[in-house]
Design a protein around this ligand. Structure first.
Ligand SMILES: NC(=O)c1ccc[n+]([C@@H]2O[C@H](COP(=O)([O-])OP(=O)(O)OC[C@H]3O[C@@H](n4cnc5c(N)ncnc54)[C@H](O)[C@@H]3O)[C@@H](O)[C@H]2O)c1
Length: 398
């Protein structure tokens, strides 16, 4: 078995490294030549991922190699795992271009008995329609007869990507029984809990369902948070009081990153899905609620507002769908003077990526909003807590 992993991003690279560490030869493919070079030198390009550094440094050049030539990888490997991203555009429709590009390169050199597995989160039916069609057309081979095709969703979360390959069941569903069996055998050799499901569609929907589940439950928490403030009730006390076996309210807050804000649209686009849609809108709309709080708390046009936590989530240096970035836009449109700080970004990066100045002096701000669970500024903030909006309850948490 010689495995290629196409797309060495936050999902693909940890997977490639885990497989290599189990003793299999992995050829990772990425169009980013700089990343490929780093990996081949044994340098970890994803510093925030615990455990990855060791896996890369001990396997690079032996079991783990990388290339920016997809044709070379397609020719030399017989198992091809694809983990390139799928984004949605402004119209919320998925943009398949990166996936199409990866599949077309692979199709050119696909061989008899090869196994192709898609891990990218996709709309239901993508594997047995879109993927199969491109591979069959480009290779002249027939899926299920000449080569095997399955879907197995990556379920990683940045910061926990290595441990999740150990702790989380790995769902596997093929376009037919033989494909399921073949893909199951592949994952069984390096994953401790592979789980077969009836078909690719089941695995695809299970992955989307996970995202929708979290989105809807966070929306519920956000709604109850707003209700608590309306009734002058401490949300966190109420949440604890309401807790029992059948009631576990999640924490309210921001939903960002390129997973949860995207996947519900795969359902909403196709079958309306009113609950998923309402949750999406409610979570995205929380910045307007924060805006009203800022306005109430001494913030008027021209006033200085500081934002703590700029990335979409604490601990992950990623701006995709960051609600802080959306709040910055809103504040700027309303004429506020906006400053920001995030332990993951330098002063220069804050200016370049978020278009605001670095938040130096907390005392000079009229309002400070703590968007992520950042504990590093707690003592300073406690001294000025009357002008702090604490979205994640950081000042109270231990
Ligand atoms: N990052 C996360 O925490 C996370 C969590 C769950 C799911 N996912 C999912 O994982 C999948 C991949 O996302 P990611 O976070 O790894 O993306 P990423 O942006 O970190 O990396 C994607 C990589 O793919 C490469 N690439 C793009 N097109 C390519 C092609 N044709 N051939 C080879 N390489 C190509 C890019 O250069 C990039 O290095 C998506 O489905 C995403 O939704 C990510």
């Amino acid at each position: 078995m010689r495995i290629s992993v196409v797309g060495l991003g936050k999902a693909g690279l940890p997977l490639a490294a885990v497989i290599a560490d189990k003793g299999f030869d992995v050829l990772g493919v990425d169009l980013d030549k700089n990343k490929v070079e780093k990996i081949n030198k044994g340098i970890n390009p994803l510093e925030e991922e615990p455990g990855l550094k060791r896996l890369i440094s001990s396997n690079a050049g032996s079991h783990l190699k990388a290339t920016s030539d997809p044709i070379k990888a397609a020719k030399s490997c017989n198992v091809h795992i694809i983990v390139v991203p799928l984004f949605i555009g402004k119209n919320k429709k998925p943009d398949f271009s990166m996936l199409k590009n990866a599949l077309e390169s692979l199709a050119k050199c696909l061989k008899r008995n090869d196994i192709v597995i898609l891990e990218t989160t996709v709309p239901v039916g993508t594997t047995e329609n879109f993927v199969k069609k491109i591979l069959e057309k480009g290779s002249g081979l027939k899926a299920g007869r000449d080569f095997y095709l399955a879907y197995s969703p990556e379920r990683i979360m940045t910061g926990y990507s290595i441990s999740r390959y150990v702790d989380f069941p790995k769902l596997i569903g093929g376009i037919d029984e033989k494909s399921t069996e073949k893909a199951y055998k592949v994952y069984s050799s390096f994953i401790s809990t592979p789980v077969k499901v009836s078909n690719a569609r089941t695995a695809e929907l299970a992955k989307i369902a996970e995202g929708v589940y979290r989105d809807v439950n966070i929306a519920l928490a956000n709604e109850l948070f707003m209700a608590s403030e309306h009734y002058n009730v401490d949300f966190w006390e109420m949440r604890d009081a309401a807790k029992h076996e059948f009631c576990n309210i999640l924490e309210p807050g921001n939903v960002g990153g390129h997973c949860i804000p995207i996947y519900p649209w795969f359902l909403i686009n196709e079958l309306d899905a009113p609950l998923a849609k309402a949750a999406r809108e409610l979570n995205d709309g929380m910045i307007h609620y924060y805006m009203k709080k800022i306005e109430r708390l001494n913030g008027k046009k021209g006033k200085k507002v500081g934002i703590i936590g700029l990335s979409y989530r604490e601990g992950v240096k990623e701006k995709a769908y960051s609600r802080s970035a959306a709040l910055i836009d809103l504040l700027k449109k309303k004429g506020y003077d906006v400053y920001g700080i995030d332990p993951l970004y330098s002063k220069e990066e804050i200016k370049k990526e978020f278009g605001i100045n670095h938040l130096e002096n907390f005392n000079k701000m009229d309002v400070i909003i703590l968007m992520n669970e950042e504990f590093g500024y707690k003592d300073k903030l406690k001294r000025i807590k009357n002008k702090v909006i604490d979205v994640k309850n950081v000042l109270i948490k231990q």
